[in-house]
Design a protein around this ligand. Structure first.
Ligand code: NAI
Length: 333
């Protein structure tokens, strides 16, 4: 059976790393037909729209997409394309596994975290005002009980299904009393359903400190949109940086898999980008559509390649460029 997947190269290094994924996937004969769609600056230059109708139609039809990073022009009144996609398809769970990778040197060992970030509400809900006369900016953080319940429940469900031991609920309930309370109550509710999973809660500032001192004490983390956005980059830093961390945006009906990093304008077009983050996101996608054997094959080849520094890209201390790194993975398949 062939799977039709929407492929969104995006901007900057997106085109280069997507090419790498296509080559690796065809080397293992993955039964996928890519339906390529533009987004962001590239789409705007071609069609005058940051998010063309055909992009929405393709995701609506295929239900699953693999996406490179996208650029939203800043200061021109455009809402972030990423935020729009997440809201449009109700992709409420942003899931980011961060685990030490053999061969990738970091300051920490024993890190094996999965962060669940609420992806549609909070400070990124898009409720913003600017009073020209008084020069006052308001950004409203709207959080709902339904939104808190479903993200916390999905973290506990993941912990249960993946033999994880503990869920940490991260909040700021001492100051943000109502939104913090909703998240904590969601935690108690989910814990009652999965009593064998240990639950703890931590205030965000303490959590940031604990993560950079003793990251090995944490397992599954769940938090709101803004805190999750910041913590996910922090967690990526614990295991080798933005070039190696995968991400999935999951809802009940749709799933978009994408790397954590952005378009990397400083290295775009130079053939230097590391495709690992997008490849790992693509592996998550293969698991999602139940192509487990293909996922495992690519995962093994990637792990084998990452163990040898010279075979890797410059950000990992290696000598390879995007094309040779891709070929090194294919050689290890
Ligand atoms: P960035 O992630 O693009 O770059 C940060 C640093 O990491 C740069 O030095 C870059 O060269 C390096 N880097 C990132 N990915 C890499 C890779 N795969 N291989 C090697 N090095 C890599 O973050 P920045 O500069 O803050 O954002 C640039 C643009 O990307 C902005 O327009 C931003 O809005 C957009 N962006 C898009 C995202 C998405 O579509 N999901 C996420 C984050 C940012």
């Amino acid at each position: 059976m062939q799977h039709i997947i929407t492929l969104i190269p995006g901007d900057g290094i997106g085109v280069e790393i997507v090419e790498s994924i296509k080559q690796i996937f065809s080397a293992v004969n993955t039964p996928i037909i890519w339906e390529v769609e533009d987004i962001g600056k590239t789409a705007f230059e071609k069609s005058g729209s940051l998010m063309p109708d055909s992009l929405f139609a393709s995701i609506e039809k295929n239900k699953v997409a693999l996406k490179g990073p996208a650029e939203t022009p800043v200061g021109k009144g455009f809402q972030s394309v990423n935020v729009q996609l997440r809201q449009k398809f109700d992709l409420y769970a942003n899931v980011r596994p961060c685990k030490n990778i053999e061969g990738v040197q970091t300051k920490f060992t024993g890190v094996d975290l999965v962060l669940f970030r609420e992806n549609t509400e909070g400070l990124y809900s898009g409720i913003q005002f600017f009073d020209e006369r008084l020069q006052i900016a308001d950004s409203i953080s709207r959080v709902t009980r339904v939104g808190c319940d479903r993200i916390v429940e999905s973290a506990f469900k993941f912990a249960h299904e993946n033999n994880r031991k503990k869920v940490t609920v991260i909040h700021k309930a001492n100051i943000l009393k109502h939104s913090g309370r909703l998240l904590l109550e969601a935690g108690e509710k989910a814990h009652a359903k999965y009593p064998h999973i240990q639950m703890e809660d931590k205030i965000i500032d303490n959590m940031a400190m604990q993560l950079v001192r003793y990251p090995e004490q944490f397992d599954v983390l769940v938090t709101s949109n803004l805190f999750g956005d910041i913590l996910s980059d922090l967690c990526a830093g614990l295991v080798g940086g933005l070039g190696v961390v995968a991400g999935a945006n999951l809802g009940n009906d749709y799933a978009i898999f994408e790397a954590v990093h952005g378009t990397a304008p400083d290295i775009a077009g130079k053939g230097l980008a590391n495709p690992t983050a997008l490849l790992r996101s693509a592996i998550m996608m293969l698991e999602h559509i139940k192509l487990h054997e293909h996922a495992q094959k690519i995962q093994n080849a990637l792990e084998k390649t990452l163990k040898v520094k010279e075979l890797c890209t410059g950000d990992l201390g290696g000598k390879a460029n995007t094309a040779t790194f891709t070929q090194n993975i294919i050689n290890n398949l």
